[in-house]
Structure formats: structure tokens, C-alpha cells
Design a protein. Structure first.
Length: 145
């Protein structure tokens, strides 16, 4: 992964990150967030993946059900955020829609994703931090404002 600061004004920074073949999305973005001390930011991206694991939150069991995607797919939409977990470390939360060769799509929460050939990411920092805390009812780490 390569990244660059492309704009900075009023305590708000914008980065572009280019992930390359073989890069794992979640690990790459956590690394960038740690290096740049990002505590609140929005993420958008487009590109393609060689394989991924998306997940679906099952409300009844309060667990994530994994959905493996073992094929080349287009990242039709990727949106997410960066906050801080209870330990003060970056917490990445991403939802995405993946397009298959036949035009069908699969969507969910990104657990893992391996880039092929590229993923173009825009990260826009907010001027204040976001804190994620474990919600007692759901067991999820949700943003608290």
C-alpha cells in the first residue's frame, strides 16, 4: 500500500491510499490509521478483489455469519469509518458491495479482502475523534457520540 496526504485544512486531512495486488484491506487501513493517528474518518473506495470474506450480523444469535467470496470481484461500493476502540486503537468498520462476473452482487461487512489489481481509497478525517464501545444489548462495538 502507498498513501499520500492530499489535503489539510482546519484540523481535517484527506488521504489517498492505493492498495496493490495481494494487499489485505483491513490490515492496510489499520496500519495507515495507526501511522497517521486517525481517530475519526470516513472511508470510500473502488477497485477489485481476488477473494474476500464478508459477513452478515445475525440479530438472533448476535454473531457474524461469514460469507466467503472466492472469485475475482469488482468493488462496486465501499463505505466505512475509522474510530477508536475501547483501548484507544483504530477500529475500522467497512460495508461493501461486490459485483460478480455475471452481474450479481454480494454485500455485507468486510472481514477480509485481498486486492487484485488495485483498490483506490479516499480517507477523510473528521476534526474530532469517534469512540467505539461495546454495546451490552448487541455485543457490537458501536460509535458513541
Amino acid at each position: 500500500m502507498k498513501y499520500k496526504l492530499i489535503h489539510e485544512s482546519d484540523d481535517q486531512r484527506t488521504f489517498v491510499a492505493i492498495l496493490e495486488t495481494g494487499d489485505e484491506i483491513m490490515a492496510s487501513l489499520k496500519s495507515l490509521a495507526s501511522e497517521q493517528s486517525l481517530s475519526a474518518a470516513q472511508i470510500t473506495a473502488i477497485g477489485a478483489l481476488s477473494d474476500a470474506v464478508v459477513s452478515y450480523f445475525d440479530w438472533e444469535t448476535k454473531t457474524y455469519l461469514e460469507i466467503p467470496v472466492n472469485e475475482q470481484v469488482e468493488v462496486a461500493s465501499l463505505n466505512g469509518d475509522i474510530g477508536l476502540d475501547e483501548a484507544g486503537k483504530p477500529a475500522i468498520h467497512i460495508h461493501l458491495v461486490l459485483g460478480r462476473q455475471d452481474g450479481s452482487a454480494i454485500a455485507g461487512h468486510l472481514a477480509r479482502g485481498y486486492v487484485r489489481p488495485t483498490l483506490e481509497v479516499i480517507i477523510t478525517e473528521a476534526p474530532t475523534h469517534l469512540q467505539r464501545c461495546k454495546d451490552a444489548e448487541t455485543g457490537l462495538n458501536l460509535i458513541r457520540i
